[in-house]
Write a protein that binds this ligand. Structure first.
Ligand code: GLN
Length: 432
């Protein structure tokens, strides 16, 4: 299993040993607890590759804010986890270092892009891990591997030290086997950070409560439409009935802007990626270019060799969407669709407290089963709305179909991560 891939490499600086040793055994809330960290989160002295050859050998000189926070509480970072290159993917098969297997069935993908973190938790290597979610990358692998994963409200966790893929969409968040652990890790990582201008000073300080009576649960019909596996729908409907049994009120609703969600997401994320990834030029990070040729020839060859196919595809798409003459047709329209989606959610949240549905339209695919990029993009349909609108969303296991785990997704209003956690907690307590 290649969930934690850096552990298999020669650790020249003994960097992991140092973090494990320096995990102080004082009164920190995470004393000695092993934590795995997705490999796009900067860890001082520990190689951070984003699953890409372009960052092979890159050792960050500083820690991401979340890393400083977990170290302060005594956590032991035991490994960096495998991921789709720069977070671009839904299966972890787009890693330059090879795929990760799903502990629930090693012939299947673990989901992505935080597949290594999910597999490390699901297989019991670590009790907790950090992942990142730009369009579903925490919730999808949580759903496929049968664990819990939370994408916090945009702005609740500092992105300082997260190597950006699409900065207006992504958040760092906790992954674990239980909602209680998710909540505990969330308390630690949600401290305000002035170094990230989108970081809000609204720390999550919360003890989960299983009392959800009177909570209004919106169930969007788009989340049970065509393309959603019947077994998945059934399991999620059962879970929603369980919430009703706990005193929640179920209200059918509709999110018409879902029709444009994927198109908007893929224009915005590729546009941001084309800009964010321009810094990888062979001069400042990773393996260096060493040649006497014309610079632009070198730059082209270097990036052509070091970036994987999916990353190159997205840089080209994004550059095209932002280019003169097309900006208004693509990027501006995508932003308008994003605003429509925000408006839909604002309207729905006037009558409901949370929204529930499946996390993914299907269970984990076989390794190698999905090779066409478009059909892969389509599978993100149920997760990208929360990123476009910046809402908190959790995936909690709700049984199995065809022998594979299914995830119940719960989305909430901005900065109501606590309520999202409570509903997941109430469900978990009832069914465990
Ligand atoms: N699957 C989505 C994508 O490929 C989401 C990835 C993510 O959240 N990092 O962009």
């Amino acid at each position: 299993m290649q969930g934690i891939y850096n552990l298999n490499k020669e650790d020249k600086n003994n960097a992991f040993l140092t973090t494990v040793k320096s995990a102080h055994y004082g009164d920190g809330k995470l004393n000695g607890i092993p934590i795995a960290v997705k490999d796009n989160i900067s860890t001082k002295g520990i190689e951070t590759t984003c699953g890409s050859k372009i960052l092979e050998g890159y050792i960050p000189p500083y820690d991401a804010h979340v890393i400083t926070l977990i170290k302060k509480e005594g956590a032991a970072i035991v490994g960096k986890t495998n991921m789709d290159e720069f977070g671009m993917g839904t299966t972890t098969e787009n890693s330059a270092y090879g795929p990760t297997a799903n502990p629930a069935d090693p012939t299947c993908v673990p989901g992505g892009s935080s597949g290594g973190s999910a597999a490390a938790v699901a297989s019991g290597m670590v009790p907790m891990a950090l992942g990142t979610d730009t369009g579903g990358s925490i919730r999808c692998p949580a759903s496929f591997c049968g664990i819990v994963g939370l994408k916090p409200t945009y702005g609740r966790v500092s992105r300082y030290g997260l190597i950006a893929y699409s900065n207006s969409l992504e958040q760092i968040g906790p992954m674990a086997k239980t909602v209680g652990e998710i909540s505990a890790l969330m308390e630690i990582i949600s401290v305000h950070d002035p170094r990230d201008t989108t970081s809000y000073n609204k720390p999550y300080i919360h003890t989960p409560s299983a009392d959800i009576s009177g909570t209004k649960v919106g169930v969007p019909l788009e989340y049970f439409g065509e393309g959603v596996n019947r077994g998945v729908s059934e399991k999620v409907r059962d879970a929603i009935s369980t919430l009703e049994g706990l005193g929640a009120e179920i209200i059918e609703c509709s999110i018409p802007s879902m029709e444009y969600a994927l198109a908007a997401y893929y224009v915005i994320c590729t546009s941001e990626a084309s800009s964010n990834l321009s810094r990888f030029d062979g001069v400042r990070y990773g393996p260096s270019v060493n040649s006497k040729h014309q610079w632009h020839d070198e730059f082209r060859t270097y990036r052509g060799e070091k970036f994987g196919t999916e990353v190159q595809r997205r840089i080209m798409l994004g550059t095209f969407a932002l280019s003169a003459g097309y900006y208004g047709k693509y990027y501006a329209k995508a932003q308008a669709a994003r605003e429509n989606m925000r408006r839909d959610f604002r309207r729905i949240f006037e009558t409901v407290d949370i929204i529930a549905g499946p996390t993914m339209p299907d269970v984990a695919y076989k390794l190698g089963e999905k090779s066409d990029p478009l059909s892969m993009y389509l599978t993100d349909i149920l997760t990208v709305p929360a990123n476009l609108a910046g809402l908190p969303a959790i995936s909690v296991p709700c049984g199995k179909t065809d022998g594979m785990p299914v995830g119940l997704q719960i989305m909430g209003r901005h900065f109501e991560d606590e309520r999202v956690v409570d509903v997941a907690f109430a469900y978990e307590q009832e069914v465990v």
